[in-house]
Write a protein that binds this ligand. Structure first.
Ligand code: PMP
Ligand code: GLN
Length: 384
């Protein structure tokens, strides 16, 4: 029997590979993006109490009403936009499932999607798995700015969607007001749709304001906006997020969502709703993570690596071309095994790979973890 793969070029994700390698070699894991510190105990308690109080059966398909209301209020507070909790908010099993279901709802055989590369690893395979065709525009180091003229030149009568991500994984850059304005014009002019991946909305530094699509009412009319509680509440393992989209788009999304997951973990939704109402302080996340970025850069300042600008997300890129001519996968492997610190090579964020000699560090870690990683790296590079 010969099985024709839908995704012949796809193997195991780089995050799984590097986290596994880190564990095998007792390396400090600055590869996969997750915090190594705990969430607020009040959040954990709220979820445990929901379980103890019997909140254990299916939640409604679009999300628990009290959570959808709490989300609407949060977004109104943050971006001055109050989506309708019943018709514009869908709670999902994290950002990745949200993206997959949106793409499933929008993309069929031969539809084109514009993706900015490097991009989060799920985007391109998700489009391809529904028969879509990906057109890529390259973001170039060190600032990874979008060339919107180039984006516009790729739009054809088959173009259905553009995908953006701000703050950006893996580049750590953010879109500005001018980017969103240009995008708004383009999307309206060509009658296409937008997926805006905003899972790092609160992890933004140096006074930059997060340019959510929710700040742009005309753009929002053609958009799906993706958020994740995993990032904003330090609980990536809970895999809970949500999509905001106008009701017509939400209706289409839910047609797929209901057969993809049907509904999302009820006690978590219950606990998060309670937490959003009583405890959450998202504004504090910027300085919390900016301090981590700054500490990371200070600790690593003596290394022969060139760090690229980082204005948001959990991540910072580093150019290692002055110390090695290995490709980035080989270099990241060597650094894990011999240096005791795991990172992520940049090339898996490109459809056809890249040879930029850049690796990604995750600094969403405890101070002690970052200190230990810096000690190991300083020692490693001194003895080479
Ligand atoms: N988009 C980006 C840019 C991400 O970095 C992540 C992190 N995994 C996701 C989406 C997916 O989020 P989640 O873990 O909630 O599925
Ligand atoms: N978003 C995380 C990262 O970029 C990992 C997600 C995953 O493991 N799939 O590291």
């Amino acid at each position: 029997m010969s099985l024709q793969s839908k995704l012949p070029d796809v193997g195991t994700t780089i995050f799984t590979i590097m986290s596994r390698l880190a564990a095998e070699h007792q390396a400090i894991n600055l590869s996969q993006g997750f915090p190594d510190f705990d969430a607020d105990p009040a959040l954990v308690l709220a979820v445990s109490e929901a379980m103890a109080k019997g909140q254990n059966q299916y939640a409604p398909m679009p999300g628990l009403p009290e959570l959808n209301i709490a989300i609407a209020q949060k977004l109104n507070h943050d971006y001055g936009w109050m989506p309708d909790p019943e018709t514009e908010i869908t709670v999902t099993a994290g950002g990745t499932q949200a993206l997959y279901s949106i793409i499933g709802a929008m993309i069929g055989q031969g539809d084109e999607v514009i993706v900015l590369e490097p991009s989060y690893d799920s985007y391109i395979p998700s489009v391809v798995s529904f028969g879509g065709i990906v057109r890529t525009v390259q973001l170039l180091p060190p600032f990874y700015k979008v060339n919107w003229d180039e984006v516009e030149s790729l739009i054809t009568s088959r173009t259905k969607l553009i995908m953006i991500n701000t703050p950006h994984n893996p580049c750590g850059v953010v879109l500005e007001q001018a980017d969103l304005k240009r995008l708004e014009e383009m999307v309206i002019k060509h009658g296409i749709y937008l997926i805006s991946d905003e899972v790092y909305e609160h992890i933004i530094f140096d006074g930059h304001q997060h340019q959510s699509v929710l700040r742009y009412p005309e753009l929002y009319k053609r958009s799906f906006v993706v958020f994740s509680f995993g990032k904003s509440l330090h609980v990536t393992g809970w895999k809970t997020g949500y999509v905001i989209a106008p009701s017509e788009l939400t209706t289409e999304l839910r047609k797929i969502h209901q057969f993809n997951v049907f509904s999302v973990n009820r006690p978590i939704q219950h606990g998060v709703a309670y937490y959003l109402k009583h405890h959450a302080d998202f504004a504090a996340l910027s300085s919390f993570y900016q301090d981590k970025r700054d500490l990371f850069l200070k600790l690593m300042s003596g290394l022969p690596l060139k760090f690229l600008p980082c204005y948001g997300s959990y991540f910072i890129l580093a150019d290692y071309s002055s110390v090695s001519s290995l490709d980035d996968r080989a270099f990241a492997k060597q650094l894990t095994i011999e240096g005791g610190v795991a990172t992520i090579p940049l090339s898996p964020f490109y459809r056809n790979g890249s040879d930029e000699k850049i690796i990604r560090f995750c600094f969403a870690k405890k101070e002690d973890t970052l200190i230990e990683a810096a000690e190991r790296l300083n020692k490693y590079f001194k003895t080479r």
